[in-house]
Every structure is written in structure tokens, then in C-alpha cells.
Design a protein around this ligand. Structure first.
Ligand SMILES: Nc1ncnc2c1ncn2[C@@H]1O[C@H](COP(=O)(O)OP(=O)(O)O)[C@@H](O)[C@H]1O
Ligand SMILES: [Mg+2]
Length: 282
């Protein structure tokens, strides 16, 4: 469980606040995305979860305990963080060594380590890359390796800054499904992302940041179908919603068609919401 209570932060004393009165709470096993335009304060915020940055005011609690006095080394056992730029994180000669590093530090013996590395590599479809240097991989592959290397330590909380960046459709699908599975198994997962379509497909709750303040927090489909909020916060509208709109304007009989075919649960949910909002016919 993660709680922020009136957290404010500034990089330099005289500067204006980068986080203002940030308050939210995330339960164990939740899968949540932070969104907001560049400079909104997303990276700054998540660095507070493992103590890399400390609040100027307010309190950050992890598992109900204020973490202000907890050293980063202690927090690293609870919170895994994959940085926005994998180049800042990767360092080993081979992908295998990269993946082994965390478990080795935790004192896990070689046999068990091998198993962890092979399992995670298989899960991420990167087995064929194990002997390669992380630095000769594509951006998307490198991103996957950096996420996989955090997951080898099996922490309770996982924080990923822009995890789907640079990835193709299949990699995103694998990642999205895997994150869902991990959260179903009780891992708390926080994602920072610009990728609204990835979020609308895989992440059930969204928290919106604008100039260091939380402007919305709720169910993903509610938030992303709020056109005013999307505009105000400078976010992209999900392609799914554009699609629904253009189909609706061309084919008024679309809803009964959908009911018959049940193409996608998501589409139906959105249509139902739109209908309730507009009080009746589409
Ligand atoms: N190390 C730093 N020193 C000073 N200012 C910073 C530093 N890192 C980020 N900032 C500033 O803090 C604000 C929030 O940045 P950041 O948290 O990186 O936003 P986001 O991740 O949403 O793009 C921006 O105005 C940025 O310029
Ligand atoms: Mg950032």
C-alpha cells in the first residue's frame, strides 16, 4: 500500500513547487497509471516512492509506515523502479548478467538465480538476447530488459517510467498482459505513461497530474472519456473513442450491431457510459 499525504516538493529552495499537495492512496495489488504532459512532475513523484527524493512537506507512507527515515537501500527491497531511460540503468556486459545482478545482490545462489533469469527471459520473450550486450539492442528491447531486470528481485511494488515506449504492438501486448497478471497476484504496480492507448487497454485506474497537482483520479474509462479534462491536461484521446465516434456518426444502428456481435467489452462499456451521460439515444 502506498499513501501520499499533502506531498510538496521543489528541486531548489526558491524554485516554484514541482509537486503541490499531492494526496492519493494505492492499495496492494492495484495497477495504476500516472499521466500528464511533459514536465507535469510524474518522474519526480515516483522517485518519492522509493526514497530517491524526499518531500519538502507532507508524508509518503509505504505499508502504512512513513518512509522519511528509511534509507534507499532498505526501500529498494520493497520497491522496484525501472527508469524512464534504460540507458541510465543498464550496465552489464550481457543481458544475462544484467538480469542476474539483482538476485546476486540479494544473495540468491547460482542455481536459483539461473532459474529466475530463464523464467523472466522466457516471460519477456528475450531468451535469444541473453548473451548479447544490452547496448546493441533496439530501444524497445532495451526497455524490456530494464523492466525484466527489476522484476527479478520480486519486490511488492513495481514502478515503471514509460514502460511501453519504443515497443511494437506485440511487445506492448505481452507487457500489458504480464502487468495485469502480476497485479492479480498481489503486486502493486505504478506506471508512468504517455501511451493513452496502452493505458486504456491494460490499466484500470488513472491519476492525472497537471503542473505538479493531481487534477483527476479514477477509473480509466471515466477519465479518458472526459473530453474537457483531456484537453485541459494536454493528453491524447484514446483511439478507441475516436473510432466509436466516427462509427456512431456514420452508422446510428451501430449499438444493436455491437450487442449482437460483442466485438469488444471496452467498446460496449464506453457506449453505455456515453448513453447514460447523454440520457438516452445515441
Ligand atoms: N533534477 C532536476 N533539477 C531541477 N529541476 C528538475 C529536475 N528534474 C526535473 N525538474 C523539473 O521538474 C519539473 C517536473 O519534471 P518531471 O518530474 O521530470 O516531469 P515529467 O516526468 O512529468 O515529465 C519540470 O519542470 C522539470 O524541468
Ligand atoms: Mg518523466
Amino acid at each position: 500500500m502506498i499513501e501520499f499525504e499533502n506531498v510538496s516538493f521543489t528541486y531548489k529552495k526558491k524554485d516554484e513547487l514541482v509537486l503541490r499537495n499531492v494526496t492519493f492512496s494505492i492499495k496492494k495489488g492495484e495497477l495504476v497509471a500516472f499521466v500528464g504532459r511533459n514536465g507535469a512532475g510524474k518522474t519526480t513523484l515516483i522517485k518519492h516512492i522509493n526514497g530517491l527524493l524526499r518531500p519538502a512537506e507532507g508524508e509518503v507512507r509505504v505499508n502504512t509506515e512513513n518512509i522519511i527515515k528509511k534509507p534507499i537501500s532498505e526501500m529498494a527491497k520493497i520497491v522496484g523502479l525501472a527508469f524512464q531511460n534504460p540507458n541510465h540503468q543498464l550496465f552489464a556486459e550481457t543481458v544475462k548478467k544484467e538480469l542476474e545482478f539483482g538476485p546476486k545482490n540479494l544473495g540468491i545462489d547460482e542455481e536459483e538465480r539461473e532459474k529466475i533469469v530463464l523464467d523472466i527471459a522466457k516471460q519477456f520473450n528475450i531468451t535469444h538476447l541473453l548473451e548479447r550486450s544490452p547496448f546493441e539492442l533496439s530501444g524497445g528491447e532495451r526497455r524490456l530488459v530494464s523492466i525484466a531486470s527489476v522484476l527479478t528481485m520480486n519486490q511488492q511494488i513495481l514502478v515503471l517510467d514509460e514502460p511501453s515506449f519504443g515497443q511494437d504492438y506485440r511487445q506492448k501486448e505481452m507487457l500489458g498482459n504480464y502487468l495485469k497478471e502480476l497485479s492479480d497476484n498481489g503486486m502493486t504496480i505504478i506506471v508512468v505513461s504517455h501511451d493513452i492507448d496502452f493505458i486504456s487497454e491494460y490499466i484500470p485506474r488513472v491519476i492525472v497530474l497537471l503542473d505538479g497537482e493531481i487534477t483527476a483520479d479514477g477509473a480509466t474509462l471515466d477519465i479518458l472519456s472526459d473530453d474537457d479534462l483531456i484537453r485541459k491536461s494536454d493528453l491524447d484521446r484514446p483511439i478507441l473513442l475516436d473510432l466509436v465516434d466516427s462509427i456512431k456518426s456514420k452508422y446510428p444502428e451501430f449499438q444493436s450491431f455491437l450487442k449482437e456481435t460483442m466485438i469488444a467489452d471496452n467498446l460496449l462499456t464506453i457506449l453505455t457510459q456515453e448513453k447514460t451521460k447523454k440520457g438516452g439515444s445515441m
